[in-house]
Design a protein around this ligand. Structure first.
Ligand code: FMN
Ligand code: EPS
Length: 366
C-alpha cells in the first residue's frame, strides 16, 4: 500500500489515526520560500476536529512540528517533513469493529489488503485524520500560487436537500469571496442557517448527511495540462479522490452537460477590455482539451454521508459469519463536508503547483 502522490511536487503521507503521530514529507518544494505560518494555521484551523457539535468532538490541537527542510525560516529545497501528534484517542470504541467491519468504511478492505495486520482504530491509515498534513502541504502550495496571482476559493455548495449558490456567479475574486474564505465553515452567510439545520437534524437522529464542495481558481495561465492522459481534470480527479468520502468529481457543468444541447452550452470566445481572450460563459469550467483556457477553473466534489452512524444497521459479523446489528460507537462527523473545504482546496493547490512547476518551471527562484 503506497501513500505517495505527485510528479514535480511529491507528497508522502504517514501515520494512523490512533498511532503516535501522522505527518507528511513534501519533496520538490522550491527553495527560499518563507512559510506563511498565519495562512497555514488558518487552513489547519478550518479543518481541525472538535470545534462544534457540527463536527466530531475528537479534540486535537493539530499542532505541527517541522522536522526537516527549513533553515533560518526558509525552505531549503530539500524534503520538508512534518509530524502532528495524536492526542485524543478513544481506541476502545473500535474493539467491536475488529469483527464487525463498518459498512461503507475502509475496515474490510483495509483488513484484507494488509492481510489481517490492519489497525482499525479510528480508521487507521485510511482515516480523514491524515488530511491534516495534506492541508499543511496545501497551504504552502496556496501561498506560492497566491504570489503568482492565483487565488483558490471554496465553499460548501450543498448539504442534503439545501442547495446554495454557485461560484460560477463570480467572475473574479472579490470582497464577498474574501469574507467567505475567512470563515471557519466556508458557507455563504445567507445559506448558513439552513445548511447547519440539515446537519443538526441528521446528527440528532444518529444519522449523517452528504454534501458537495465547490472550488473556483482565479488567475490561472492558459496552457497548464496536457492532452489525453495528463489532463488537468485527470490530475485533479486523481488527487480529489484521495480525500476520504469523495465519491464524485465534476468540472464545469459536469453531469448536467448530459442533459443539454450544444447550443445551450456555448463558451464563445470574446475579447475583454484589455484585449485578452476570454469566453462569455464558462460551462467547461476553465478547461478545454485537458488544458487550462484562462477562465476560472471550476469543479465540485460530492461527499457521501459519513459511514459511521449511531443508528442501528444490519451487517455481517466476520467471526460468527452471522448477520448482526451494529450501532457504531465513537465520535463521528455528522457531515464530513463541514471540515472538507480546506482539504479540497489543498488538493487543488498541490496539483496546480505541480503543474505550474512542470509546465512553466516556476520552481526556479519562485
Ligand atoms: C473531513 C472528513 C472527516 C471525516 N470524518 C469521518 C468520521 O468521523 N467518521 C467516519 O466514519 N468517516 C469519516 N470520514 C470519511 C471516512 O474517512 C471515509 O469514508 C473512509 O476512510 C472510507 O473511504 P471512502 O468513503 O472514500 O470509501 C471523514 C472524511 C473527511 C473528509
Ligand atoms: C480525528 C479526525 O477525524 C476523525 C476521522 C474519522 C474517519 O473515520 O475518517 C473518524 C473519527 O475518528 P475518531 O473515532 O478517532 O474520533 C474522526 O474524529 C481528524 O480529522 O483529525
Amino acid at each position: 500500500m503506497s501513500s505517495s502522490f505527485g510528479k514535480e511536487l511529491k507528497i508522502s503521507l504517514f501515520g494512523e489515526s490512533h498511532g503516535t503521530a501522522i505527518g507528511c514529507v513534501i519533496d520538490g518544494l522550491p527553495p527560499k520560500i518563507k512559510l506563511d505560518l498565519k495562512l497555514i494555521e488558518k487552513r489547519m484551523l478550518q479543518r481541525k476536529p472538535g470545534q462544534s457539535k457540527m463536527t466530531t468532538p475528537r479534540a486535537e490541537t493539530d499542532q505541527f512540528e517541522i522536522l526537516s527542510g527549513i533553515f533560518e525560516g526558509k525552505t531549503t529545497g530539500g524534503p520538508l517533513c512534518i509530524q502532528i501528534r495524536n492526542a485524543d484517542r478513544q481506541s476502545d470504541d473500535y474493539e467491536e469493529l475488529k469483527k464487525v467491519f463498518r459498512p461503507g468504511h475502509a475496515d474490510y478492505v483495509g483488513y484484507v489488503k494488509s492481510m489481517g495486520a490492519y489497525d482499525p482504530r479510528g480508521g487507521g491509515h485510511f482515516s480523514a485524520r491524515l488530511t491534516a498534513p495534506l492541508v499543511f502541504a496545501g497551504a504552502i502550495a496556496e501561498q506560492i500560487l497566491a504570489e503568482k496571482g492565483i487565488k483558490i476559493v471554496g465553499h460548501i455548495k450543498s448539504i442534503g436537500q439545501v442547495n446554495g449558490k454557485s461560484l460560477s456567479e463570480f467572475a473574479h475574486f472579490d470582497e464577498e469571496l474574501a469574507d467567505l474564505d475567512n470563515q471557519i465553515y466556508n458557507i455563504f452567510p445567507e445559506e448558513l442557517e439552513a445548511m447547519l439545520a440539515e446537519v443538526d437534524e441528521a446528527r440528532i437522529a444518529g444519522d449523517s448527511v452528504g454534501a458537495s464542495v465547490e472550488v473556483s481558481v482565479y488567475g490561472l495561465p492558459v496552457g497548464l495540462g496536457s492532452p489525453f492522459f495528463d489532463t488537468v481534470e485527470g490530475k485533479l480527479a486523481h488527487a480529489l479522490f484521495a480525500i476520504p468520502a469523495v465519491k464524485g468529481v465534476e468540472f464545469g457543468d459536469g453531469f448536467t452537460f448530459a442533459h443539454k444541447r450544444g447550443s445551450e452550452v456555448i463558451d464563445a470566445f470574446v475579447l475583454d477590455h484589455q484585449g485578452n481572450v476570454q469566453t462569455n460563459a464558462n460551462h467547461n469550467g476553465g478547461i478545454n482539451g485537458g488544458i487550462t483556457n484562462g477562465m476560472p477553473l471550476l469543479f465540485k466534489c460530492g461527499f457521501k454521508p459519513t459511514a459511521s452512524i449511531s443508528m442501528t444497521q444490519e451487517t455481517l459479523n466476520f467471526n460468527t459469519k452471522e448477520m448482526t446489528n451494529l450501532k457504531v460507537k465513537g465520535r463521528h462527523d455528522p457531515c464530513v463536508a463541514m471540515r472538507a473545504v480546506p482539504i479540497v482546496k489543498a488538493m487543488a493547490a498541490i496539483v496546480l503547483l505541480d503543474l505550474l512547476i512542470e509546465n512553466l518551471g516556476v520552481g526556479i527562484n519562485a
